[in-house]
Design a protein around this ligand. Structure first.
Ligand SMILES: Nc1nc2c(ncn2[C@@H]2O[C@H](COP(=O)(O)OP(=O)(O)OP(=O)(O)O)[C@@H](O)[C@H]2O)c(=O)[nH]1
Length: 513
């Protein structure tokens, strides 16, 4: 199993180590400076665990060496109250306990995907971090008390009380110190962030005021009924509910510091005749506050995460809906396009149908009239087609019409030409800007091409299926309509039929060029 947090490169080990040394020295100094002859909250444990979480387990020699160095300085400053061997043993045991307890806590914290977000994970806080701090405290206390027991020192009167006291002190140290440090070290602009939340200093002011009256010299003015340490929960809860994670942990650290220093100096409701009892009560109180705050802020983080998840779910389903609407719109416009195409297409031959022919002829007629340009029309009719149908059946008749359609489509050479099925077995080709000679050539080509298909027609005098074509070309006059052109092409077709079919006739008034 991989241990520790992997998301960031190793960070500022030097500053964490310096902080560790400072806290270790502060803890030791406070034991001797003030009223306790027993251990109080031990912030260096929290710093050591934070150092492991931030820099990885390979930092352990540095943590061990830093602890040893501080103890060395401390023992020198004490002026040798113990023998050399005793001092050495105490130093080694304390440094080992400090390192090992934090390392075990690191193992217990397990692996998380993001160190920064770990304290916003309620399950991780409950299942990993809180037990890790408890284990950390227990291991450190066994080491510490074990050394005193081995040395036969009378400093610890009751070993069980001592272990409990020492455990809680380390646990509370980790509970408060670790999240505070991690949020500070992982938040690059945390000072900037503090500037932005100036209004939260009101909470700090309230905290200082409460600490002064509950755990400071102000307690003499406070009536006994008001000496309730739980009052500190008010600013803490306010901050836990309103501030961001970094500020919550800083505020929690400050609260602890005030309670710790105040009690150490002999103020506050936890002072009893017995130092160890005082320390334990104070630590339990601080631990309780820390746990409450941790749980509340983790709950809020979870809620925020859920909200984000819902929002992203909503966004993604919106996106899906939009995609479906777009797809449906595309399908609809494609269907419309096909429908529009169908409405102007002849189903049998796939040429333009009569409606399209009428529209196109009208439009071209107007254009030709405006520009005084010639407009040509070719009318094509299959010869003896009724007989063909009667002889070969309608299906075969359809097939023959399809072949006429294919040839006519080829005959519409220019993009402006329009080949259409005029009705029944009659076809038309609209040819703008055409001269009669050109149309005659095209018509002859068409007629010959169709005849060369050699589609047998027993009941036709010609023995095969043929077409007759009438051509008209006109420059539209103001008083005329496109009907004139159709009539002329139709007359020419009539002539072609009358003259024996399978031929092309140009309407009489059509000028040859
Ligand atoms: N198979 C088939 N026949 C059609 C279709 N539309 C019209 N017809 C037939 O085409 C025939 C046209 O016959 P007529 O108008 O008498 O002309 P014709 O027999 O070709 O004689 P001419 O035009 O004088 O050479 C009719 O029998 C119609 O039933 C069609 O879509 N399919």
């Amino acid at each position: 199993m991989r241990i520790g947090f992997l998301e960031k490169p190793k960070r500022q080990p030097l500053s964490v180590l310096l902080l560790l040394m400072f806290c270790l020295y502060l803890g030791l100094a406070l034991i001797t400076m003030f009223i306790f002859e027993t251990i109080t909250v031990w912030p260096s444990t929290g710093v050591a665990l934070a150092a492991f979480l931030l820099c990885g387990k390979r930092i352990w020699p540095a943590i061990f060496a830093a602890s040893l160095a501080v103890l060395l300085i401390y023992f020198f400053s004490l002026g040798q109250p113990f023998s050399m061997t005793q001092s050495l043993l105490i130093m080694l045991a304390t440094a080992s306990g400090n390192t090992l307890s934090a390392m075990l806590a690191l193992y217990f914290c397990g692996r998380v995907s993001s160190l920064q977000q770990s304290f916003g994970d309620l399950l991780w806080v409950l299942k990993r971090f809180l037990p890790a701090t408890a284990i950390c405290g227990a291991v450190a206390s066994v080491f510490g008390i074990g050394v005193y027991w081995l040395l036969g020192l009378s400093w610890v009167e009751h070993y069980v009380t001592g272990i409990a006291n020492w455990s809680v002190s380390n646990m509370v140290g980790a509970l408060i110190g670790t999240p505070l440090l991690i949020s500070c070290f992982l938040q690059p602009g945390w000072r900037r962030m503090l500037d932005k939340v100036r209004w939260k200093y009101q909470a700090v002011f309230c905290l200082l005021l409460l600490a002064f009256f509950l755990f400071g010299p102000g307690q003499i003015w406070l009536p006994p009924g008001f000496q309730q340490p739980a009052l500190l929960l008010m600013p803490l809860l306010f901050v836990a509910l309103t501030a961001n994670q970094s500020f919550i942990f800083i505020f929690q650290g400050l609260t602890f510091l005030l309670v710790w220093v105040g009690t150490t100096m002999g103020y506050g409701p936890f002072i009893t005749g017995h130092a160890a009892e005082t320390a334990t009560a104070m630590q339990l109180f601080c631990g309780f506050l820390a746990a409450v705050v941790l749980i509340i802020q983790a709950l809020l983080c979870e809620q925020r995460k859920l909200r984000k998840l819902w929002t992203s779910d909503l966004l993604s389903s919106n996106r899906k809906l939009e995609q479906r609407v777009q797809e449906r719109t595309r399908q609809l416009s494609e269907a419309n396009r096909q429908l529009a195409q169908l409405s102007v297409t002849d189903g049998l031959t796939q040429l333009a149908n009569r409606r399209r022919f009428d529209e196109y002829l009208q439009a071209e007629w107007q254009r030709a009239s405006r520009l005084q340009q010639p407009l040509g029309l070719m009318m094509l009719d299959v010869d003896w087609f009724k007989n063909y149908n009667d002889c070969y059946g309608h299906l075969q008749g359809d097939e023959a019409l399809r072949q006429v359609g294919q040839l006519l489509r080829l005959g519409a050479r220019r993009t402006t030409d329009l080949a259409a099925r005029y009705g029944g077995e009659e076809f038309a080709l609209v040819v703008p800007l055409a001269d009669a000679n050109y149309l005659k050539q095209q018509a002859d080509l068409l007629r010959l091409a169709f005849a060369s298909l050699n589609i047998a027609h027993q009941t036709s005098p010609l023995g095969r299926l043929t077409v007759s074509i009438g051509i008209a070309v006109l420059v539209p006059q103001a008083h005329e309509t496109s009907m004139v052109l159709i009539e002329k092409a139709d007359q020419a077709l009539y002539l072609a039929k009358n003259n024996g079919r399978n031929q092309v006739v140009i309407a009489q008034s059509t000028p040859l060029q």
